[in-house]
Structures are given as structure tokens and as C-alpha cells.
Design a binder for this molecule. Structure first.
Ligand SMILES: Nc1ncnc2c1ncn2[C@@H]1O[C@H](COP(=O)(O)OP(=O)(O)O)[C@@H](O)[C@H]1O
Ligand SMILES: O=P(O)(O)O[C@H]1O[C@H](CO)[C@@H](O[C@H]2O[C@H](CO)[C@@H](O)[C@H](O)[C@H]2O)[C@H](O)[C@H]1O
Length: 491
């Protein structure tokens, strides 16, 4: 009979969040010339108690697994193979086989030694959601062989305030790098409906702080309405011989208020473009919200002067990314010299201070919340960048460029669907309104906007990143960033 580790090893490569070279392939040996079958090493685990003591739940465990099959340098995207040595977090609820559970989370059964049990993906099981929330609210520590997890409550919105009781939970479906669980809540005393929560379970674990947790928590603590109120997070440890002391420590999960029934700005903008509706007012207010967020990040977290060495480092990263893109996307090769010249011009411009930023800012990262306006999400930075780079200080111009690229993506997506160029003027007006809104709240150099040379370089760098991203994830959309590189160079 299958054991638990084999079940999990076959299941992980089929998940959207698995980034190794076996993505989408079940566990067999026929995964192509020279490729090894997916294999994982169990680094550690931590066990969670079931607050409801459901007799059908045998135990709840969270496994920390290292991908031992993806080789360094073997996947698309550059020097280090994407996913090589990645550590994944896999929450599991082990249930009696005759208990009721959400079939979408079913991995299979295995023999526990005292009879067969069903293995359920924790994000599809309310027992796991309850256990994780209890860990955060109770600021408890969960342990297991090799692993541990510490809950920390920051309050919603006041330190010490508590969420209600979990009534039900559901996993968010969609193209996500992590797994988010939405929790329907009830007030503790009155049983009345309470504000729902969302708990994001980080799937790939990294040593160090996850900017999604640190930046959103800092913004929420500063009273910013531009992020959802934060409830708390879980941070944990797992073995890692490359770290001093042999252990890695990083964020495992993050809980905040969930805004039910709202749309993200990508949908809102795309609909407006499709129906020919003016988007300048929403784009202007998005510019304002962006400047407001940069201001809070600048005043509450470290900032530093952009020394010549820092400028050289930033431009060096752009050049390295361009080299990776040229390997993957031959259509960009003709533009190499012109792109490098644009980077050199940016290096000669006066750079403002470096600070913490969103890092992967686009329309899909912003919600239109009726009572708040624009609310920003997912401060994790670009998923294809190493964590150290995502935690580094950077220029707010990176976020501004990201959003400008997103308006162009709306036009690009509609043009691809139509088979010819459409709504280019819509995107241009949105772009101008966004920049005006940004500058109106002091964004850019003392409100005068961002130096055109710096903005041009960051827009090109984002389009180059997008070319790498699309080549690996959505080849049909590769023409969008490739055309943008030409346009940004004035061709
Ligand atoms: N607080 C929230 N309220 C409402 N929806 C949310 C909230 N947080 C996340 N979402 C939804 O979940 C999606 C994925 O969240 P995100 O933080 O971008 O996760 P990932 O890192 O997996 O991409 C968002 O695009 C949004 O639709
Ligand atoms: O949301 P993620 O953090 O996973 O970001 C990655 O995927 C995005 C696509 O979902 C990608 O964004 C690109 O496509 C968007 C439209 O789908 C567009 O609005 C963005 O401007 C464009 O960059 C993002 O780059 C990538 O990191």
C-alpha cells in the first residue's frame, strides 16, 4: 500500500504552486530525456492540534519538503534552475476514511499502521484553517520532528483584539503562487456574522522575512487604509545546512481581513477598456493611492541614499535580467544595444533615495473596495527574483513602471483577442492620469514626478521581466511585452 510520503511526492508536482521542472507531471520515470522523476526530502514537520476535537480528524501535520529532483540551472529563467532545491510547505489533515471532506483536497489513502486513513490537502480542510488561526491568535508554538511554527497576533485592528469563531472555510481557486483560505467567521459571544478572514499559506519557504508579511503588517500598523487590516502571521524553522546553526527561519502564513465580493483593478480596467469607458479618474486615484503607500513605507521603514555603488548594482541587475531574456526570447536580440543604452542613461540621472516598495505592482494586485477605495495586495515582490533582492531597498519607480506596464497589458490582451491593435489611446490616457495622480500626492522627486530616464529604464526592465515570465508561463501573451520593448525604445 502507498505510504504517506509517496502520496505527497506524486501530488506536489501537479500543483500550480510547484515551480520545479516536473511541474504538471505525476510521479513516473518517463519525464523526458535526462530528467529524474520528482523526488522530495522530508526536512521536517510541525503538528497542529484540532481546536474542535473532531473525532474524524486523526492528526494535522504540516510537512516541509525539499525538491531533490530539479537540478540547478536546468529550468527556464536563468543560471539557477527555477525550483532547484525549493522547500515547499504542505499542510495535511489525516482523517478517518468514512468522514466527510472536500473532494478537491483529496490526495488518497494510506495505511497508518492502525488502519487506512484519508489524506486531505489542509487548505481544503476547515480543521486545518481552525488550527492555524488558533496558533496565531493564541501565539502558540507548534513543533514536530525537524520543524516548528510560532504564531504571532497583531490584532484586527487593535493589538489583542480577536477574530471570532471559524464557521466555514474555502480555498481560493485560481492561478496563485501560494494557497489562500477564506474563513467565514462568527462573533464569539453573539454568534452574529463577523468580518471574514483570508489566510495565505506560503507554499515555497525561504530563509528570511517575507516582504508580504513585513510590508503589509507595517502599513496596517501605521493605520494605512491601503492594505487590509492584519490579524497576524506564523513564522517557523526547518533544517538547512547552508545556514549558520543549520536552521532556516521564515514566514509560513499570513492572516488578514478578507474583502468579500470585490473586484481587482485588472477586471475593472479591462471592462472599462472593452466598453470604451473613460478610466482616467480611477487611474488618477490609483496614482494617489500608490504615492500614499510609498510615503508610509518611506517614513516607517528604512530608506537610504542611492550611492553610486547602489546605482551600479541596480543597473547590473537589469543587465543580468536582459541577458536571461535574450537567451529565452530571441525576438528581443535586435534591441539589446538600445536597451543597454537606456540603462546607461538611467545610471547618469539623479537617483532619489531607495526605500521599501511593493515590488511586483500591477492591476491584479489591487482591489476596488467600495468603502476604502484602492487596496493593495501581495507585497511578495516578483516571484522570479531571489528573496534577498525582494527584501532590498529599491526605487518607487519600479512600482510606478509596473503599473504603467499593466495599462499596456490591458491594451495588449484586448489587441491579441481582437487580432489587431485596439485601445492604445485608452492605455495612454490611463498612464498619463496615473502619473498625474502619483505626482499630486508628492510621488516622485518632491512631487515633480519621476526622472524620465529612470522611469524608462524601469519600464524596460519590467517588460524584459515579463518576457521571461510569459515565455515560461503564458507563451501566447509573449507578444505583449516584446512589442512593449520596441515601443518603449521609440521604434
Ligand atoms: N484581503 C483580501 N480581500 C479580498 N481578496 C483577497 C484578499 N487577499 C487576497 N485576495 C484575493 O486573492 C488573490 C490572490 O492573493 P495574492 O496575495 O495575490 O496571492 P498569491 O501570492 O498567491 O498570488 C488576489 O488576487 C485577490 O483576488
Ligand atoms: O501576480 P503574481 O505575483 O503571480 O505576478 C506574476 O504574474 C502576473 C500575471 O498574473 C504578471 O503580470 C503580468 O500580467 C498581468 C496581466 O495578467 C499584467 O497586469 C501585468 O502588468 C503583467 O506584468 C507578473 O508580472 C508576474 O510577476
Amino acid at each position: 500500500m502507498t505510504d504517506l510520503m509517496s502520496l505527497v511526492s506524486d501530488w506536489v508536482p501537479q500543483q500550480r504552486w510547484y515551480v520545479g521542472e516536473h511541474a504538471g507531471s505525476p510521479g513516473d520515470d518517463s519525464t523526458g530525456a535526462g530528467r529524474r522523476a520528482p523526488s522530495f526530502e522530508l526536512l521536517g514537520s510541525y503538528s497542529l492540534g484540532d481546536p474542535e476535537r473532531d473525532p474524524d480528524v486523526r492528526f494535522i501535520t504540516v510537512a516541509m519538503l525539499r525538491d531533490t529532483s530539479t537540478r540547478a540551472g536546468s529550468a527556464t529563467g536563468g543560471g539557477e534552475g527555477v525550483g532547484a532545491g525549493s522547500v515547499y510547505q504542505v499542510p495535511l489533515v489525516i482523517r478517518n476514511v468514512d468522514s466527510s471532506f472536500d473532494a478537491r483536497g483529496y490526495l488518497g489513502t494510506y495505511d497508518t499502521g492502525s488502519g487506512r486513513a484519508a489524506v486531505i490537502d489542509g487548505v481544503h480542510d476547515t480543521a486545518f484553517a481552525r488550527a492555524l488561526l488558533a496558533l496565531i491568535e493564541g501565539e502558540q508554538t507548534a513543533r514536530g520532528p525537524g520543524g516548528s511554527a510560532d504564531g504571532l497576533a497583531v490584532g484586527l485592528p487593535m493589538p489583542g483584539s480577536r477574530a471570532g469563531r471559524v464557521r466555514a472555510s474555502r480555498a481560493l481557486q485560481g492561478e496563485q503562487s501560494n494557497s489562500s483560505i477564506v474563513l467565514q467567521m462568527r462573533e464569539r459571544e453573539s454568534d452574529a456574522e463577523a468580518a471574514p478572514l483570508i489566510v495565505k499559506v506560503f507554499r515555497t519557504l525561504h530563509n528570511g522575512e517575507n516582504p508580504d508579511v513585513t510590508l503589509q503588517s507595517a502599513l496596517a500598523a501605521a493605520g494605512s487604509l491601503r492594505v487590509p487590516p492584519a490579524l497576524g502571521h506564523v513564522a517557523g524553522e526547518w533544517p538547512d545546512p547552508s545556514q549558520p546553526g543549520g536552521r532556516a527561519r521564515g514566514h509560513l502564513a499570513f492572516a488578514q481581513e478578507f474583502f468579500a465580493g470585490v473586484e481587482d483593478a485588472w477586471r475593472v480596467a479591462r471592462r472599462a477598456a472593452e466598453s470604451g469607458d473613460d478610466f482616467t479618474a480611477p487611474a488618477y486615484s490609483l496614482g494617489e493611492a500608490t504615492a500614499e503607500t510609498h510615503e508610509v513605507l518611506r517614513t516607517h521603514l528604512p530608506e537610504a541614499a542611492a550611492t553610486p555603488a547602489e546605482v551600479e548594482r541596480a543597473i547590473g541587475e537589469m543587465r543580468a535580467r536582459l541577458r536571461r531574456a535574450l537567451e529565452l526570447v530571441p525576438a528581443l536580440r535586435e534591441q539589446r544595444v538600445a536597451v543597454e543604452r537606456a540603462y546607461e542613461r538611467a545610471a547618469d540621472a539623479p537617483w532619489p533615495n531607495l526605500q521599501r516598495i511593493h515590488g511586483d505592482y500591477h492591476l491584479g494586485q489591487v482591489l476596488a473596495v467600495p468603502e476604502r477605495g484602492w487596496v493593495l495586495l501581495d507585497f511578495e515582490g516578483e516571484p522570479l527574483r531571489p528573496l534577498a533582492e525582494r527584501n532590498a531597498l529599491d526605487l518607487p519607480a519600479r512600482d510606478v513602471a509596473g503599473m504603467l506596464r499593466s495599462f499596456d497589458y490591458v491594451a495588449g490582451a484586448l489587441s491579441l483577442a481582437a487580432g489587431h491593435d485596439v485601445v492604445g489611446d485608452w492605455a495612454q490616457r490611463a498612464r498619463e492620469a496615473f502619473l498625474l495622480g502619483y505626482a499630486s500626492r508628492g510621488g516622485g522627486d518632491a512631487g515633480a514626478g519621476i526622472d524620465a530616464r529612470i522611469l524608462a529604464a524601469y519600464e524596460l526592465d519590467k517588460a524584459v521581466y515579463e518576457a521571461i515570465y510569459e515565455a515560461s508561463h503564458r507563451p501566447d501573451w509573449l507578444p505583449i511585452p516584446v512589442a512593449a520593448v520596441g515601443r518603449l525604445l521609440g521604434e
